[in-house]
Design a protein around this ligand. Structure first.
Ligand SMILES: *[C@@H]1O[C@H](CO)[C@@H](O)[C@H](O)[C@H]1NC(C)=O
Ligand SMILES: *[C@@H]1O[C@H](CO)[C@@H](O)[C@H](O)[C@H]1NC(C)=O
Ligand SMILES: *[C@@H]1O[C@H](CO)[C@@H](O)[C@H](O)[C@H]1NC(C)=O
Ligand SMILES: *[C@@H]1O[C@H](CO)[C@@H](O)[C@H](O)[C@H]1NC(C)=O
Length: 369
């Protein structure tokens, strides 16, 4: 009874003083030994359904059929026919699926949280008003860190935050809007540095909250997404990859690996894993059969010659769409996003990839640290 009252008291304090970081209850909630939580930041590649709970357009939502059909049997908000990369990482780490932070049914944060939002970028202006930008994802994480300090007490919360793995992948949407926003005033190099500068600040802020272990993916071959083949086909070169955005992705990858090496020297205890997604993804697009796929260029769901028009589900501006018979035969499920099977393979590379593809640690090693 006394313990229950104490917990209630802590909960009251928790709600009353979410803003006050200095005061900490001793915390009664149990933290299992060696428990490693998973926190997720990013865009549609990682969003497990946060955008279901914001006022946005269907363009950045996937909470309708046929999304989710092959695994969940209902649409969850994930941009795929089934699970995303973080879902497979959670499985490898023996954690449950990490729920969207904004899901009102979600009250269990001891395993981590997912803050990712489809359409989000590292820059505030990218799809502003329709997404949870990276800065806001960070502020949600800070709120949660405070809440954990209340629930668990500072000591256990700090242990949890320090042992946790932080997955972060963002930038594709910033690069997607470059040609229509900043390309007249900024060079590709300047723009990439601006994006990476923002990502770096967020990494540093997570580190300040106690985060030490980070998992990243290099930027995917953005010019070869079905959506890009569709647009280049307008200019006559049907199905070609788009050069301009591929250049941004390559610049990003070079600059980002340099930043990570620098952070490793500068930030106390900072450990990371980065998977060469550019190469892994390109190989599957170009040689699908080598990886057990039948099709690497055309998406399973959408419209246009490459099904690269964002119409899967018929709830967006284009209502007619085609759907393949078996999504597992396709690298892409829709205009930009991998099928569950492709996500599974990519997650495998993050989890246990050898140093030629995942360095300097793989995620399995980071979870065990
Ligand atoms: C949602 O967004 C639309 C379009 O921006 C706006 O007209 C509407 O008022 C918003 N609704 C809420 C509840 O914020
Ligand atoms: C990121 O970039 C935008 C400009 O788009 C800026 O307003 C914002 O404050 C930057 N900083 C962070 C940490 O996101
Ligand atoms: C980039 O574009 C956005 C949106 O059009 C604008 O608000 C911002 O000022 C631009 N940034 C620079 C550095 O020109
Ligand atoms: C779908 O394709 C995958 C991969 O080729 C195959 O393993 C699976 O059996 C297929 N499913 C059906 C229902 O045909």
């Amino acid at each position: 009874m006394a313990s229950l009252m104490f917990q209630c008291f802590c909960f009251l304090v928790l709600y009353a003083t979410l803003v006050d970081r200095t005061h900490c209850c001793p915390g009664k909630q149990y933290l299992p030994q060696k428990h490693v939580a998973l926190f997720i930041f990013g865009d549609s590649f990682f969003d497990a359904g946060n955008n279901n709970y914001i006022n946005t357009t269907t363009a950045s939502q996937a909470n309708f059929s046929p999304y989710g059909e092959n695994f969940f049997k209902y649409p969850t908000g994930r941009f795929s026919d089934g699970r995303l990369i973080p879902d497979f990482i959670a499985k490898h780490a023996k954690l449950p699926l990490i729920a969207p932070f904004l899901d009102p049914r979600n009250h269990r944060y001891i395993d981590g949280a997912n803050f990712a939002s489809a359409g989000a970028g590292a820059l505030l202006e990218t799809h502003q008003g329709f997404v949870i930008d990276l800065q806001t994802q960070l502020s949600f994480f800070k709120d949660l860190a405070r809440l954990l300090r209340r629930e668990l007490g500072c000591k256990k919360a700090n242990t949890l935050l320090g042992r946790a793995v932080y997955l972060l992948h963002i930038g594709a949407n910033d690069y997607g809007v470059f040609s229509t926003t900043n390309s007249s005033v900024l060079s590709p190099e300047e723009y990439v540095n601006m994006v990476i500068g923002n990502v770096t600040i967020v990494i540093e802020e997570i580190h300040k909250e106690g985060g030490r272990k980070f998992g990243f993916l290099s930027m995917q071959p953005l010019g070869c997404l079905p959506s890009k083949r569709e647009t280049t086909s307008k200019t006559g070169s049907i199905g070609a990859c788009e050069e301009e955005i591929t250049t941004l992705a390559k610049l990003h990858n070079k600059a980002f690996s340099e930043v990570l090496e620098k952070l490793e020297r500068q930030l106390n205890g900072f450990k990371y894993s980065i998977t060469n997604w550019y190469t892994a993804f390109s190989e599957r697009i170009n040689n699908p059969s080598k990886y057990g796929f039948k099709e690497g260029r055309i998406a399973c769901c959408g419209s246009g010659p490459y099904r690269g028009i964002n119409s899967c589900g018929g709830k967006r501006s284009v209502e007619r769409f085609e759907l393949c018979g078996n999504a597992s035969e396709y690298v892409f499920f829709d205009f930009a996003h991998p099928s569950e099977r492709a996500n599974q393979q990519l997650a495998e590379l993050m989890w246990s990839g050898t140093p030629d593809i995942t360095t300097p640690y793989n995620l399995k090693a980071l979870f065990e640290l």
